[in-house]
Structure formats: C-alpha cells, structure tokens
Design a protein around this ligand. Structure first.
Ligand code: AMP
Length: 242
C-alpha cells in the first residue's frame, strides 16, 4: 500500500494522492436495516471514488423495471425475508465485473448471511482480490425502528427524508421535485420487525466472521451522520496507511 501511495504521488502530484492511494480499496458496511449503511456508503463512494454497490437498491431497480429478477425478489422483499442466495450472488458478481468496480467498492446490504460471505470470499480470491475492511455501524434496535418507520423517499429523485429527523420543508413533499414522498413497503412496522429478526439471526454472525479475519472495525451509528462519515474516513485512512 505504501509503495502504491508513493507511486501515485509521483504520477499524479500531491493533490491527487488521496484518491489515488485509496483506489482499489474494497469495503463492506455491516449493520441492521436503518443503521445508515445506504447514506454512509454513498458518501464514502463519492469521497473516495469507489463504486457503491447496494443490493437493496439493485433489487428495487429490478422491481421498478419489472424484470424477471425483480418479480422473484418482490415477494421476499415485501415479507422482509432475504432473496435467495443464488439470485443475489449472480447479481452482485455481475455488478462487480463492471469496469467501475476496478476502482474499489463499498458494499451496502451484502453479504447478508454466512453463505453469501463465503461465496463472496471465494469469488474475490478467484479474481485475485480481497476485502480490506468491514465496518459495523452499531445502532440499538429501538433507534432502528424509529428510523425505519419514519423514513420516506422521493419516488422521482430517490432523495431520502425522515418525518422527525430530517423532514421536508412542506408537508410530505420532496424539497427538490415537489412530488409526494413515499414509504418503502418494507418500512411498514410489521415488516420492519421481521427484517430486524432476520438481521439478528442471519446477518449478525458476519460480525464474528470478519472479526476472525482481522478486518472488522466498529463505528457508533447513533452519532450524527457527519460524525459517522468522519469516523469511517478515519478508518479507511488507517487501513490505506498500513
Ligand atoms: P435493504 O435496502 O438493504 O434494506 O434491502 C431491502 C430488501 O432487499 C431486504 O429486506 C431483502 O429482502 C433484499 N435484500 C437486500 N440485500 C440482500 C442480500 N444481500 N441478500 C438477500 N436479500 C437481500
């Protein structure tokens, strides 16, 4: 990594060093639904020039385009269950084959269980790559329920709001587009409880999995979004400097 940093500085000059030295960095954000993975993954991807890969967003795009994959995913998503691993893995591996993924990536919502994590690790090894860092955004369940059930999205520009923590200026209308905000069907209270159960049973074991591999770090996901971003950037900096 240090050698790469020096090479980057020589080639690109000091100002370009930061983004260049981080290229090739592969991260996963872990945490329950509502922990802030989506918001933080977007910010990290923008700041570090990485590909943001959200399996939830990919499934929702398939859903709105009415593809076969979207039709398969819908019934699992609406019930708060995981989409079957073979479907999910094929979609993720395909996306990671895109040229943008060569710059490094931030995974958000994947892997979601041990089978996915193991299959992902094998695939990465076959491609001569590896994960550099897994960060858990730690948030208490009571906070998650409040965050998820108040979450609203603009159906046009996908901007996200929260009715209590970051409400739109007028009624439930998007500040940018003026269209009524919508609630994700799986953010309704019944489904939220099931998603949290699935998280604890299926996804939480990944914390120990990545800890054993020595790449797990933790950030307090209840801090302000800005503080969480700074903490994440600090962790990336630490790994990039290794
Ligand atoms: P999210 O936006 O990450 O909360 O994901 C929304 C829904 O998409 C989840 O509740 C699952 O039904 C499905 N989903 C997202 N990521 C995965 C994954 N890695 N494996 C299986 N299902 C997933």
């Amino acid at each position: 990594m240090i050698q790469r940093r020096e090479e980057a500085a020589l080639l690109l000059g000091p100002n370009a060093e930061v983004s260049a030295l981080r290229s090739g960095m592969n991260l996963v954000l872990l945490g329950a639904p509502g922990a802030g993975k989506g918001t933080q993954a977007k910010r990290l991807a923008d700041r570090l020039g990485l590909l943001h890969l959200s399996t939830g967003d990919l499934f929702r795009a398939h859903l709105s385009q009415g593809t076969e994959l979207g039709k398969t995913a819908r019934r699992y998503m609406e019930a708060g269950e995981l989409v079957p691993d073979d479907v999910t893995l094929a979609m993720v591996f395909d996306r990671l084959s895109a040229p943008e993924a060569a710059q490094g990536f931030v995974l958000d919502g994947f892997p979601r269980n041990l089978a996915q994590a193991e299959a992902f690790e094998r695939e990465m090894a076959a491609r001569g790559q590896r994960l550099d860092l897994a960060v858990l955004l730690a948030v208490a369940d009571s906070v998650l329920v409040e965050r998820l059930t108040g979450r609203r999205t603009c159906p046009q520009c996908q901007a996200t709001y929260h009715l209590v923590f970051s409400p739109p200026a007028h009624d439930e209308l998007c500040d940018r587009c003026g269209v009524p905000l919508v609630q994700r069907p799986d953010d309704r209270p019944e489904t939220v409880m099931r998603r949290l159960e699935v998280y604890h049973a299926e996804t939480a074991p990944l914390i120990a999995y990545y800890r054993r591999r020595g790449i797990l770090r933790e950030v307090n996901g209840e801090a302000s979004p800005e503080a969480v971003t700074e903490a994440l950037l600090g962790l990336v900096e630490g790994v990039a400097g290794d």
